[in-house]
Design a protein around this ligand. Structure first.
Ligand code: TXD
Length: 308
């Protein structure tokens, strides 16, 4: 039987995720949204590309959760996107209502699913999804670190005129302005960038990474990034469905790792059939630890504003 992935929210990120999943023959996909006809129209359009693209997976658009029943993974992209000048945090109360509703439906129709949260503010929405679902912590994961690291990798590649695939990089912390790029753990084919780039250039790249989302919001004017975000979600989906033990930075529930507790925060995790199979604790300098603590404290403060 084919794997089944539900993508909730058929907007820019959701529809592009769904497209990548079916075109890659990764899983049969259900695309669900509250807007009537829209997910059905996008799904039909994608199915009509199957003869040309040559994929066999199926995508179904719907407004009914019963069609999502028995999903292996539920990706939550439902919500409002940032507008220019709007912080991720402004979105919190509006998106909390939406995510709560989606999670309640997920627990009813796909009680065994792994949930990947994409909706912003990411770490807070993932915490909310964990609490509302009652699922074990390893089955509720947030997508941000793969995206933030991908942006970091691209900027490093650009600065060094190196091919992006040769660059590996790690960004920890919450998905916000206080995220923590780690140059010591970022390499071009194994060579740390601290040996390839001057410190001031690295600082510039770190800053551009922290503002990577805002830079695109400013350019697009009417929405936020979706190509790299959807590619990042699909990397996580593949690692969960098809194993391989990939280690990716994801928002995971911490219970003492990195000295942090009862918070979702971006850390390297090994993904597999159970979701988060293992949290990897990197050795950090005191300065790096301090930045991570500060970033997670920001997330905690936002979590404190939730009424769960
Ligand atoms: O790194 C990351 N985690 C992110 C997060 C990267 C990029 C985008 N990020 C966030 O994802 C963004 O800030 C938003 O909170 C979400 C979705 O962004 P997208 O760009 O896809 O927004 P759209 O195009 O507005 O799509 C949202 C869809 C839209 O079609 C709504 O009708 C739908 O969500 N929606 C719902 N679907 C199902 N159920 C409910 N309740 C619902 N409410 C809205």
């Amino acid at each position: 039987m084919n794997k089944k992935v539900t993508v909730v929210g058929a907007g820019f990120v959701g529809a592009t995720c769904a497209r990548r999943i079916v075109e890659g023959d990764i899983a049969d996909t259900i695309l669900i949204d509250i807007v009537e006809g829209m997910p059905q129209g996008k799904a039909l359009d994608m199915m009509q590309s199957a003869p040309v693209e040559g994929f066999q997976a199926k995508i179904t658009g719907t407004n009914e959760y019963r069609d999502t029943a028995g999903s292996d993974i539920v990706v939550i992209t439902a919500g409002l996107a940032r507008k220019p000048g709007m912080s991720r945090d402004d979105l919190q109360s509006m998106n909390a209502k939406i995510v709560s509703d989606v999670v309640k439906n997920t627990t009813i129709h796909s009680p065994k699913a792994i949930i990947i949260v994409v909706t912003n503010p990411l770490d807070v929405m993932t915490y909310l999804a964990y609490k509302i679902s009652g699922f074990q912590k390893h089955r509720v994961i947030g997508m941000a670190g793969v995206l933030d690291s991908a942006r970091y990798r691209y900027f490093i590649a650009e600065a060094l005129s190196a091919p992006p695939y040769a660059v590996q990089a790690m960004v920890l912390g919450g998905h916000g302005d206080a995220m923590v790029p780690l140059p010591r753990y970022s390499t071009v084919n194994g060579i740390p960038i601290t040996q390839l780039l001057p410190q001031d250039k690295i600082e510039n790249i770190n800053d551009r990474t922290r503002n990577g989302g805002a830079e695109i919001v400013k350019l697009l004017k009417t929405g936020s990034a979706f190509y790299a975000p959807s590619a990042s979600v699909v990397e996580m989906v593949k690692s969960i469905l098809y194993g391989g033990g990939n280690i990716l930075p994801c928002a995971a529930y911490l219970s003492g790792e990195y000295g942090l507790r009862d918070v979702y925060c971006g850390v390297p995790v090994q993904l597999g059939a159970n979701g988060v199979e293992k949290i990897i604790e990197l050795e950090l300098t005191n300065a790096e630890k301090e930045l991570l603590k500060k970033s997670s404290e920001g997330v905690k403060a936002q979590i404190g504003q939730l009424s769960i």
